[in-house]
Design a protein around this ligand. Structure first.
Ligand code: KIV
Length: 277
C-alpha cells in the first residue's frame, strides 16, 4: 500500500524518522521506491541537476509535469510530492490552485511550495480544495538566492523568531509538513518541538523529523555544487566517466560488439543470400 499524508504525519507521532529523496525520472525513482524511501520529492532542483540551469528560476509547469508523471509511474509505496515552480503560485491564489491541480492530475499525491507566513492564505486555499501541501521555509532557492545568496537561515534572535512564527503559520494554514532548508540546528529543534506536523530538514541538523537530500548529490552525480550538508554515498560520476571511456575504447578496438551482442540469420537463408549477392 502506498504511503499517505496521514502515514507521514503519524510517523512523527510514533517517533519514526522520515526519509525523503528527490526524484525526477522513472529509473531512479523505481530504485528509491524499492529501497523504501518514504517520500519521493519531485523538486524543482530538477532544473539544475537534470536540465542544467544555474538555478531553479527558469523551471516551468510543463517541465514539472513531465518529471512528476515519470516519478508517479515508478512509485509503488512512497508518497510523491510535486514542487510548484517559481511563479506558478505567487501571482494569485487562483494560479496556485490550478497549478497544484495540474501536478495532482499528473500523478503527485501532494504539492510543495516555498514561503513563510506570507504563503499561509495560499496554502489554506489549496488545502481547502483537498490537495495536501508541504511548506518550505528557511533558505528558499526560488527567492532567497536572489536576495541573499546561499546563506544559513536563523542565526540571530530576530531571524530565528521569524522562522518559528513562519512554521506555526504554515501549520495553522493546514500544511501537512514543512521543509526546513539550511536552518541553524538550534532553530530546527525548537520548530520541530513546537509543531505537530513533521519537519523535513536539508542542512538543518539532526532534530528534524525527517531528512531530504538531492538524489544526484548522494550518488555523486552532480559536480557543480557540493554543499557541506550533503552526505555522498557513491561517486557515480567517476564510474560513469570510466564506463563511457571503456565503451569508447572497446568500440575503437573492435572489442565491442562481441558475438553475444549481435543477431544472426538462419544458416540456410544466409547461404541463399550469399549466392544471390
Ligand atoms: O527542489 C528541491 O529539490 C527541494 C529540496 C531540496 C528540498 O526543494
Amino acid at each position: 500500500m502506498s504511503r499517505t499524508v496521514k502515514d507521514i504525519v503519524d510517523m512523527k507521532k510514533a517517533g519514526k524518522k522520515i526519509s525523503v529523496l528527490t526524484s525526477y525520472d522513472y529509473a531512479l525513482a523505481s530504485l528509491c521506491d524499492k529501497a523504501g524511501v518514504d517520500i519521493l520529492l519531485v523538486g524543482d532542483s530538477a532544473g539544475m541537476v537534470v536540465l542544467g540551469y544555474e538555478n531553479t528560476i527558469p523551471v516551468t509547469m510543463e517541465q514539472m509535469e513531465i518529471f512528476v508523471g515519470a516519478v508517479s509511474r515508478a512509485k509503488q509505496n512512497a508518497l510523491v510530492v510535486g514542487d510548484l515552480p517559481f511563479m506558478s503560485y505567487q501571482a494569485s491564489i487562483s494560479d496556485a490552485i490550478s497549478n497544484s491541480g495540474r501536478l495532482i492530475k499528473t500523478g503527485a499525491d501532494t504539492v510543495k511550495l516555498e514561503g513563510g507566513y506570507v504563503m499561509a492564505d495560499t496554502i489554506s486555499a489549496i488545502v481547502k480544495t483537498g490537495i495536501p501541501v508541504m511548506g518550505h521555509i528557511g533558505f528558499q532557492p526560488q527567492t532567497t538566492a536572489l536576495t541573499q545568496g546561499y546563506k544559513v537561515q536563523g542565526k540571530t534572535f530576530e531571524t530565528a523568531k521569524q522562522l518559528i512564527e513562519d512554521a506555526k503559520a504554515l501549520e495553522a494554514a493546514g500544511a501537512f509538513s514543512i521543509v526546513l532548508e539550511m536552518v541553524s540546528h538550534e532553530v530546527s529543534k525548537i520548530i520541530s518541538e513546537s509543531i505537530d506536523i513533521p519537519t523535513i530538514g536539508i542542512g538543518s541538523g539532526l532534530h528534524c523529523d525527517g531528512q531530504v537530500l538531492v538524489i544526484h548529490d548522494i550518488l555523486g552525480l552532480y559536480e557543480k555544487l557540493k554543499p557541506k550538508f550533503v552526505k555522498q554515498y557513491l561517486s557515480l560520476s567517476n564510474d560513469v566517466v570510466q564506463a563511457v571511456s571503456k565503451f569508447k575504447s572497446d568500440v575503437g578496438s573492435g572489442l565491442f560488439p562481441a558475438e553475444e551482442n549481435w543477431f544472426s540469420m538462419e544458416k540456410e537463408e544466409y547461404e541463399k543470400l550469399k549466392k544471390a549477392f
